[in-house]
Design a protein around this ligand. Structure first.
Ligand SMILES: [Zn+2]
Length: 368
């Protein structure tokens, strides 16, 4: 599976797509209401096949005629999305994760609809996408490979529209393997501390943007929510957030690509992001480690690199990698450098942790 994302040219006719997304949002809310009522009456989950056939009937009535503005398969996809959301909710509850069932959404916040086999046509030569009877041009940044599975039309906070094309293409990139392996410890200033000293320094784009984002946030909060100025300020803020996210995404992909090309095995700690966020504040969210790990895993499938996750309760930073002695005094996070009381080896906290993660990941005991 591979996703291609293209931005549509901004044009007045895009309003048609916005209207279709709004319709999808209305259908979503209608279905949520039915789900809730059904559960209240029968204490059971509403069957999605029943719901789909109900929507087909609804379309014929004059009151709900607006449903036919949206492609029939896109309507069914809304039902399936709710089904998936409920499945996730049930699974979360089984695992005792705090969560609430799917709920109503503001229509203007509703983001997208998905088309499957029909309702769209793609002409790569002229880079136009036809949805319904309307043609839209998109910025073609690369060629589409594979058979197209779904086409999703998505809008962002600024009102730009993107098309996401999912195909069945699989990427394989041939590289000569060196058999090198590496362990990484995540950190704040140094994004990845490597067991072989090839550290990756964090770029902190967000830090650079943070000041501007705070400024824009303040300027928005001073404006009346119904005013045009408010809308303008909201867009400026959203645009800045988007820029920061794009920079981060780009950095993550390039880094993941480079690492997977170089190493055959990469060992990481599996992280408790929520816990860390409470600990360090926003910076962790900024670096978005979990995003990076996901991207790394995706890139790894291309190159055949294996990613090994080491249990986070393994005391990687407290064990001396030379002799295996556990030094409990190191629970204090302020200690950055230390000398092992057992063997006298001098350690840098993060480097030692990275080496331990590598050893553990390669299936060795953290002993020399
Ligand atoms: Zn030691």
């Amino acid at each position: 599976m591979k996703t291609f994302r293209f931005k549509l040219y901004s044009s007045r006719r895009n309003i048609k797509l916005h209207r279709q997304i709004d319709t999808a949002g209305l259908i979503y809310n209608h279905c949520i209401a039915l789900h809730k009522r059904y559960r209240g009456l029968f204490h059971r989950q509403l069957n999605s096949f029943k719901l789909k056939s109900h929507l087909v009937k609804l379309k014929r009535s004059t009151k709900f005629h607006y449903l036919s503005e949206l492609n029939a398969q896109a309507v069914q996809d809304v039902v399936e999305r709710i089904e998936r959301a409920y499945a996730l909710f049930r699974r979360n509850r089984q695992h005792k994760v705090r969560c609430s069932p799917p709920n109503f959404k503001k229509v203007r916040r509703y983001k997208s609809f998905t088309l499957k086999q029909n309702g769209w046509k793609l002409d790569e030569a002229t880079h136009t996408l036809t949805v319904g009877d309307q043609r839209y041009r998109y910025f073609q940044s690369r060629r589409i490979r594979g058979r197209i599975k779904t086409v999703t039309i998505k809008r962002d906070a600024i009102g730009d529209i993107y098309v996401f094309i999912v195909t069945d293409a699989v990427d394989h990139e041939a590289v000569t393997r060196t058999g090198k392996s590496v362990g990484y410890d995540f950190g704040l200033k140094i994004f990845l501390t490597a067991s072989d000293s090839n550290d990756i320094i964090s770029p902190l784009f967000f830090e650079r943007n943070a000041k501007r984002i705070a400024q824009l946030g303040r300027s928005r909060s001073l404006k009346a929510e119904t005013s045009k100025n408010y809308q303008r300020a909201r867009c400026a803020l959203a645009r800045r957030h988007k820029k920061a996210a794009n920079q981060r995404h780009d950095f993550h992909f390039k880094l993941a690509h480079r690492l997977c090309m170089e190493y055959e095995t990469i060992c990481l700690e599996n992280l408790n992001i929520k816990g860390m966020q409470r600990f360090f504040g926003r910076k962790i969210g900024d670096l978005a480690f979990s995003d990076f790990v996901q991207i790394l895993k995706y890139e790894a499938t291309k190159f055949g690199t294996s990613i090994v996750e080491v249990d986070r309760f393994f005391a990687s930073s407290q064990i001396c990698h030379c002799c295996g002695e556990k030094n409990r005094a190191l629970r204090d996070l302020r200690i950055r450098r230390w000398t092992c009381p057992h063997c006298g080896a001098k350690h840098d906290r993060d480097r030692n942790a990275a080496i331990n993660i590598l050893k553990k990941g390669l299936g060795q005991r953290p002993l020399a």
